[in-house]
Design a protein around this ligand. Sequence first.
Ligand code: ADP
Length: 491
Amino acid sequence: MKPVSMRTRLTLWFSCTVGVLLSLSGLVYILSTRSTLGDRALSELVEELGEIAREARQHQTKSAFLPEVTKRFYDHGVGSKSERVQYEFVVNDDRDRRVFKSSKVSSNLLEHLQARHGCEKKSLISMPDTEDGNLLACFDWIETEFGRLEIIVVTSAARLNRDVANLYRSVCLAVPVAFFLAGLVGYWISGRAMSPVTHLAEQAASLSINSLHRRVKTSNPHDEVGKLADRLNTLISGLQTAVGEIRRFTADASHELRTPLAVIRIEAELAMKRERTREEYQRSLRVILQQVERLIHLAGHMLDLSRSEAGISLASHELVDFSLSLCRIGDGVKALGQSQGITVTLDVEPELFVRGDRLRVEGVISNLLANAVKYTQNGGEVKVLCNSDGDSLLLCVEDNGIGISADHLPKIFDRFYRVESSRNSSTGGAGLGLSIVRAVVASLGGTIKVTSELGSGTVVRVNLPLAVLTAGEPEAAQEIDDCFVVPNAAG
Ligand code: ADP
C-alpha cells in the first residue's frame, strides 16, 4: 500500500477531530433545542388552559358558563390562517361527568385521554397513534363557584414534530458540510505547516557528496523546522569534514605508497636491463625488500587506524610488562642515539604492568623514542622517565631537539601529517606514527599530551592505567634485567 503523505494524515486527523466535535455539539444542540420546543408547546397549552379556567371562574353557575365557553372554545385556534394552531378542550366535573367538549373531540380521543391518569398535571402528555394523529395534551383541576372542574387541553403535535424534524435535518446537513469544509481548511493549514519541511527536504535532496559546502536554510531558525535544519547542517558539516578527511587520507596514502612502489619498479627494471653480478642482484633485492617492508609497515599502520576509527578496539587483555618493554626498546634507541651523537637516558620504575596488545604497546614506546632521537640534532639529549602515579603510569619522553611550532602542534596527531621541515628532510616517516600512538593509547584507556617549543625541544607525556594483577600474574615480570639506570646515566 502506498504510504499516506504527512499532509493527508494531518488533514484526516484535523477533519476527524472537527467532525467528532461537531457531531457532539450537534447532539447537544438537538437535545437542548428539542427540550426548548417541548417547553414552548407546553407553555402554549398551559396558556390556553389558563384562558378557559379564567372563563369558568367568572361564572356563578354551570348554565351561565356553558354558553360562554361554547362561544369561545368550541372551535378555538390561534395564529394566522396558514399557521393556525387548533386547540381542543374537555371539561369534566369532579364526578367525571362531561361538562363541555369542543367541536373536534372524538370518542376515540376521549378514550385515549382516559389513559392520562398517573400523568403529572400541566405536563406534556404525548399521545401517538391516535386517529387524530400525534397529539399533545395537558390537564389541571380548578375550583369554581359551581364546583371542582377538570380541564384538559389537546392540540396536534404536528408543529412540534415538524420543528424537531427540521432540527434533525439541519444538524444532519450541517455536520457533513462542516466536516467537508474542515477537510478543506485542514488541507490548506497542513499544506502551509508542511511547506517549510517540504522545502527543507527539497534542499536536502539537492545535496550531493560534491556539494557538502552548501547548507540548508529555513525562514525561522528558532521554530521546530529551524532546529531540524540546524541539526541537518551540523550533520552535513560533519559529513563534509569526514569526506574531506577520507579524500586527504586517500591522497596521502597513495602518495606514501607511490614512493616505495616506484623504487621497487626502478630497481627491478634496472636489474632486468642486462645481466648482473650476484652482488648486484643481492643489492637490488635488498633495496626491494626494504621498500616492501616499508609498504607492509605502512599497510599495518593504515589498518590499525581504520580499525580504531571503525570502533574496533586495538586493545587486548594481555598483561604487558611496560617497564621491561621500555627498557629493551630504550637500549636499542640508546645505541641509535650514540651513533648520532645523542645522549639517551632512561629512568624507569620496575614492574609497571598494563593490559593490552604487547606489540602495539611497544609500538607506542618505539614511536615516541624514535621521534625524540629523529628530531634531535647531534649533541642533543633525550630523557625517558617512567613511574607510577597511583592507578596509572606516566611515561615522559623529553628531548631538546628541533621542537614543533605552535601552528603545527595541534595537527601532529593527524594521519599523514608531517611538519613541512620533517617532510623535506630525510627522516623517512610517513606521518602516521603519532596518529597510531594516540589510537593505541586511547584504546588502552590512557591519554597523551605533547608540549613543544620550536628550537627548544619537545615533551611527550603518556598516561596509562596500570593493570590490576591477579594471583600468579606478577611472575611474568621476572625477566626484568639490569636496564633500570639512575637518572642522568648516559647508557
Ligand atoms: P613521522 O613518521 O613523520 O615522524 P609522526 O606522526 O610520528 O610522523 O609525527 C608527525 C610529525 O610530528 C613529524 O613529522 C614531526 O614533524 C613532528 N614530531 C613528532 N615528534 C617530534 C619531536 N619529538 N620533535 C619534533 N617534531 C616532532
